[in-house]
Every structure is written in structure tokens, then in C-alpha cells.
Design a protein around this ligand. Structure first.
Ligand SMILES: Cc1cc2nc3c(=O)[nH]c(=O)nc-3n(C[C@H](O)[C@H](O)[C@H](O)COP(=O)(O)OP(=O)(O)OC[C@H]3O[C@@H](n4cnc5c(N)ncnc54)[C@H](O)[C@@H]3O)c2cc1C
Length: 459
């Protein structure tokens, strides 16, 4: 368990970082400026999107100065290590939120996620970002009857409650589910619209635009601490090994690592290690994959995968191979090594689960780990940091940030640039960071049913 969860000094190279952009180790200036209007901490999806939106929203004649501080290389955190799946949830976690907070609040999250696919299509087209974005069907396949029954009941309750985005999903079961999905022994399947992309290239594209609009990117520059209070001019001091920067506004887009520099998030945003892989396919399958997938073995145990334009497959998950070993994933920031018990998990995966893949010779080309920011109430923290004027957070996306971050960043930019209140932005109310959430002692990560035994054994 790290005392302060800073990014590890080195990390395994994921597939997405095998073609580094010229910005990978970029420093816009040789030294750090002494003052700036805005410091953004972290150059992943959240930091890049926030910088992009701030500079898009402000008047060109009065652009704020922005310094983006990144501990390692550009997009070297979760965004550069994920599954590349841009899959809005319209019924799964959404149904859990409906049970806890009501259908209206849950449907707001679903609609927000759903809006990410067209929003990303639009920004990729507008900025001409070559990031392999494809939009097609996603199939969420259940292999377990009990889990099917639970998900179907939640899905139907959302429909009955009037959740509009939920209507975009089609449910099938039995042989129809196997026919629709191509997954062997499928018990049921939800089919709806989702995207897939090369996340690193998206982030490099957004940052290129932000830099051309004046942002100062400083990679390999970890933030060590922030002053506990602002000075008399309202400026916070941001300390790095290369000197200090004073700034009126600070944005924590530091994901799993946020509590190292914003201690009020300690025990609320937890680093959780995940694993992903790339499968190479020497011989084409008799049934080609043109959709993305989640395959749910049982509740809490699943894999997610996307087909790539080069014919390879990126698959993440493997939780069944390590979930019971808490120290291997919970409160763990080590993306410099693999989870030993899981590294062979993806071998033969496609042949095992997909009809028509038996003769493909598909094999695991690369495996990597990445650090997600899980929150103890399963909701991201977005907005003004309680009690810290000028500080904002956009972090803790629970391994599901691709359909949540871009438009959250748009909302944060509105708060930062124009002083808009959280409730006046389009960011779902449930995402709002608050003192009440920071004071809560619940921990839904360790409360998950599939951890029975593991947690009791550890605590
Ligand atoms: C294995 C894996 C698979 C995933 N698959 C998917 C998926 O398919 N679909 C999906 O929606 N989501 C997925 N996710 C989650 C998704 O990647 C994240 O939700 C999202 O990328 C988070 O973006 P971010 O910018 O908040 O965080 P990050 O990309 O982690 O960026 C945070 C950055 O902040 C930097 N930083 C932290 N602390 C400091 C500091 N003190 N000083 C300076 N810099 C600092 C870090 O180095 C890092 O670069 C996956 C995650 C992992 C790890």
C-alpha cells in the first residue's frame, strides 16, 4: 500500500504507446514560469480535454495562461493503457444508480454518457485527429443465467421509469443471443451503439491543439505538493522538483494519484491496478468481428474487447485470475510490472469464447497493466474542491472514463473560465464532488460480492 500514491517512476509499454508522438516528452519552455493563471495536473484524457475546452471557450483576445504538469510522459497513465472502448452505459451501473438515487438521476448519467459518442465524433472530425475512431454495435454478453436475470430486471425497471437512453439497447436471450453475438453458449445479450479508438492518439491530438492555442505542456514534471492555503493574492503554490509555480486556479486531472497531492481524496479515490492485452490474429476467423464486446462470466467477472482496424484485438479484464489477491490490485500504483497470475489469462481467449475463431491461431502479442482511479461510491469526483477556492477536480472514473471525461471537462472549463456553477453545467449531478461524499465512510470497492473471502481474509 503506497504511503502517497504518486505515479511509479517507470511503466510497462502498452500497445497504445508503441508509436510515441513527438509530444511524448515535450516541454514547451525550458524552465517553468513563476506564475500562471491555471495549472492542470496530469496529461491524460481529463487534463488534455480540460485544456482543450478552456482554450476553445475563452475569448481569443483574453486567453488565460495554462501550464500542464505531467509526472511522466504524455498520456502515460490509465488513458494510454486502457481498452480503447468508448462504451456508454445505458443499463448496467445505471440500474444500480437508479436503485440508489432514483431513475431520473441515473438516466441523467446514461444520457451524458450517450452524448460522448457524437461529441467525440465531432471533435475528431473538427480537429482532424487520426485516432482510429470507429462507431458500431457493442454486444454485452452474459454467460450466466443468474446475472442475466438481475441485469434484465434492472433494464426493464429503467425502461418502465422512462430512461430514454436505455431504449437504445436491444435485449436478446438463448440461441438468438448466441447468433447475434457469435459468443459460444451466450445466455443473453444487450446490443447498442458504442465507439472504439486509439486513446493515446486522441490525447496527443487534443494537446497539440491546446499547445497551438498557447498551453504550456511540461512532461516529466511531477507535482509534489500544493500549499495548504493561498497567499494574500489568492495564489496557490504548486511545488515540483523543477521549482514552484503560483496559480490562482488548479485542476486535479490526476486520476488514481489525486490523493497524493489533494489529501482530502485519500481513501475516496483509490488506485486500482488493471490488466489489458493485445491479441494478434494470423488467420482470419470465419466470423469476422465488427462489433465491440463485454463478456460477463458472472457478476463482477468480465472481459471487454475491441477489434482493431489492423485485425488485432485489444482485451482487458482477467479479474477472475487475481481478484482474490487484494494486494495485487487494491491501492496499488505499480504499472511497471504484470500481475503474474493473470499474464497468461488471454492466451486462447478468442478461440475459447467466439464461434468461428478456432482455426485463427490468435495469440497474445503484448500484456500490460494500468492504474485506474476507483471511488468508494463508484461515482467520479468533478467540480470545485470543497473548501479550496480556485481548485477543481476531474478524477476517479472507475475504469470507465472514456464515455464520461470529455464532456465533464467541458463542464469544468465552464466553471473555470466563466465561473459557472456546477448545477448550470451538463455534468450529471451525481458526479459533483462534495464534502458529504468526502465525509462518507462507505467503500463499495471492497463491498463487491465477487470479493467475498478476499476482503474478509485481508481486513
Ligand atoms: C487497464 C485499463 C483498461 C481500461 N479500459 C477502459 C475502457 O476500455 N474504456 C473506458 O471507458 N475506460 C477504461 N479504462 C479507464 C480509463 O482509461 C480512465 O477512466 C481514463 O483514461 C482516465 O483518464 P484520466 O485523464 O483521468 O487519468 P490518466 O490517464 O491516468 O491521467 C492522469 C495523469 O496524471 C498524471 N499525474 C498524476 N499525479 C501527478 C502528479 N502528482 N504530478 C503530475 N502528474 C501527475 C499521471 O501521470 C497521468 O498521466 C481503463 C483503465 C485501465 C487502467
Amino acid at each position: 500500500m503506497p504511503s502517497k500514491p504518486f505515479p511509479a517512476a517507470t511503466s510497462i509499454t502498452p500497445f497504445w504507446r508503441t508509436e510515441p508522438d513527438p509530444l511524448d516528452n515535450h516541454r514547451s519552455t525550458e524552465t517553468l514560469p513563476e506564475t500562471t493563471d491555471i495549472v492542470i495536473i496530469g496529461a491524460g484524457y481529463a487534463g488534455a480535454s480540460t485544456a482543450y475546452h478552456i482554450l476553445e471557450q475563452c475569448d481569443p483576445s483574453s486567453k488565460p495562461s495554462i501550464v500542464i504538469l505531467e509526472a511522466r510522459q504524455l498520456c502515460s497513465g490509465a488513458t494510454g493503457r486502457n481498452g480503447g472502448h468508448l462504451k456508454p452505459d445505458v443499463y448496467n451501473a445505471i440500474s444500480t444508480f437508479a436503485g440508489r438515487y432514483g431513475v431520473e438521476a441515473a438516466a441523467e448519467v446514461a444520457a451524458f454518457e450517450y452524448a460522448h459518442v457524437p461529441a467525440l465524433e465531432a471533435v475528431v472530425a473538427k480537429e482532424n485527429i487520426d485516432c482510429d475512431l470507429q462507431v458500431s454495435q457493442a454486444h454485452d454478453v452474459q454467460l450466466d443465467e443468474k446475472h442475466t436475470a438481475k441485469l434484465k430486471a434492472g433494464f426493464e425497471a429503467l425502461l418502465a421509469g422512462g430512461s430514454v437512453p436505455t431504449q437504445s439497447a436491444v435485449f436478446t436471450s438463448g440461441t438468438e443471443a448466441e447468433n447475434v453475438s457469435g459468443v459460444k453458449d451466450a445466455k443473453s445479450c444487450f446490443t447498442y451503439r458504442a465507439g472504439r479508438l486509439w486513446p493515446y492518439k486522441l490525447i496527443a491530438g487534443l494537446l497539440k491543439k491546446a499547445i497551438s492555442n498557447g498551453a504550456n505542456l511540461q512532461t516529466n514534471t511531477p507535482v509534489l505538493s500544493i500549499s495548504s492555503s493561498p497567499n494574500t493574492e489568492g495564489l496557490w503554490t504548486v511545488q515540483t522538483p523543477r521549482g514552484a509555480i503560483r496559480s490562482k486556479q488548479i485542476i486535479f486531472s490526476s486520476n488514481a494519484y489525486t490523493s497524493a497531492i489533494a489529501p482530502q481524496y485519500s481513501g475516496k479515490i483509490i488506485p486500482v491496478r488493471g490488466i489489458c492485452s493485445r491479441i494478434v490474429v494470423p488467420n482470419p476467423p470465419t466470423r469476422v468481428l465488427d462489433s465491440s464486446y463485454t463478456i460477463r462470466i458472472k457478476e463482477g467477472i468480465y472481459e471487454y474487447l475491441i477489434p482493431r482496424p489492423d485485425g488485432s484485438i485489444v482485451i482487458g479484464g482477467a479479474r477472475s485470475a487475481y481478484a482474490q489477491q487484494l494486494e495485487n490490485w487494491y491501492d496499488n500504483t505499480d504499472d511497471s510490472r504484470l500481475i503474474e497470475s493473470a499474464k497468461g489469462h488471454f492466451d486462447g481467449y478468442m478461440q475459447r469464447y467466439f464461434n468461428g475463431w478456432e482455426g485463427t491461431g490468435a495469440f497474445t502479442d503484448r500484456v500490460w497493466t494500468g492504474i485506474m482511479g476507483y471511488t468508494t461510491d463508484s461515482l467520479p469526483h468533478v467540480g470545485q474542491v470543497p473548501g479550496k477556492p480556485g481548485q477543481f477536480v476531474i478524477a476517479g472514473f472507475n475504469g470507465h472514463g472514456m464515455p464520461q471525461i470529455f464532456l465533464s471537462a467541458k463542464g469544468v472549463a465552464e466553471m473555470v473560465v466563466r465561473g459557472v456553477e456546477f448545477d448550470q453545467t451538463a455534468v450529471p449531478k451525481l458526479f459533483k464532488t462534495s464534502q458529504a461524499r468526502l465525509d462518507s465512510t462507505e467503500n463499495r470497492i471492497l463491498g463487491a460480492s465477487y470479493l467475498d473471502g478476499a476482503v474478509k481474509g485481508k481486513l
